[in-house]
Design a protein around this ligand. Structure first.
Ligand code: PXP
Length: 245
């Protein structure tokens, strides 16, 4: 059974709508920890659109489970990771205009740029994972970099429109996961995994951990909405002692 890493970025997305303190992603991470999550994932994007530097510092201090910091190789972000020393870093490609991470890292094309960053992070004692598409060449390049963890991008699987396409994507993920595992690489997966499509990926024999964010935070809204309204309704019916008139 694979482990579960919970990505809490979208708690911070809601907070940033108002630039206030709520909802606090660190508080969310502690609830995930209490609920049995095996790790917490937070993506410090270059534009700081959701998670910010302070969150990263606080998460590192607060968590007892593994903290997996997702990030690009932008110098200031790498600098912060080296200072904070999360348990793990997952390197992803990043484009400012994208809504979310689109596609895996091109480890083959970016080998020269990635090498010193991986070395620097590893020298700090940080486990390095690369977020890659399910392609043999990318796995081989990760192996040549000396990386011991990869995260397979499940976006194409999650977006498959037909049963045939879905089956093909699942077969590809299974095959590449097995290949990476045979090279001694730990295999994780994530992106676009929802309540209806996760079990098939979880059943891939070589799968070590699934990293899931948007669907969990989205579902949490509905699981919690009734109670939130009930409590506010009770407050709004209370006769306040400070009420005038
Ligand atoms: N893994 C990586 C590398 C990601 O970039 C993301 C998206 O932030 C996820 C997992 C989680 O994806 P989702 O929010 O679609 O579950």
């Amino acid at each position: 059974m694979p482990l579960l890493g919970v990505n809490i970025d979208h708690v911070a997305t809601i907070r940033q709508q108002r630039r206030e303190f709520d909802p606090d992603p660190v508080k969310a991470a502690l609830i995930c920890q209490e609920a049995g999550a095996d790790s917490i994932v937070a993506h410090l994007r270059e534009d700081r659109r959701h998670i910010n530097d302070k969150d990263i510092v606080s998460l590192k201090k607060a968590l007892q489970i593994r903290f997996n910091m997702e990030m690009s190789i932008a110098p200031d972000v790498v600098q912060l990771a080296c200072k904070i020393v999360p348990d793990q870093v997952t390197l992803v490609p990043e484009r400012r205009q994208e809504l979310t991470t689109e596609g895996g890292l091109d480890v083959v094309g970016g080998f020269k740029k990635l090498k010193p960053v991986c070395t620097r992070l590893r020298d700090k004692g940080i486990a390095v994972s690369l977020f890659v598409d399910a392609q043999k060449a990318q796995v081989d390049a990760a192996k040549s970099l000396g990386v011991s963890i990869i995260e397979l991008h499940t976006g194409s699987y999650a977006e498959a429109k037909t049963r045939k396409a879905l089956f093909f994507q699942l077969k590809t993920l299974t095959h590449i996961a097995q290949y990476a595992h045979s090279l001694g690489i730990e295999v994780n997966a994530g992106h676009g995994l929802k309540y209806h499509n996760t079990s098939a990926v979880a059943a891939i024999p070589a799968m070590n951990e699934l990293n899931i964010g948007h669907s969990i935070i989205s579902y949490a809204v509905f699981v919690g909405l009734k109670r939130a309204v009930t409590e506010m309704r009770a407050i709004s019916r209370l006769k306040s002692s400070t009420r005038t008139g």
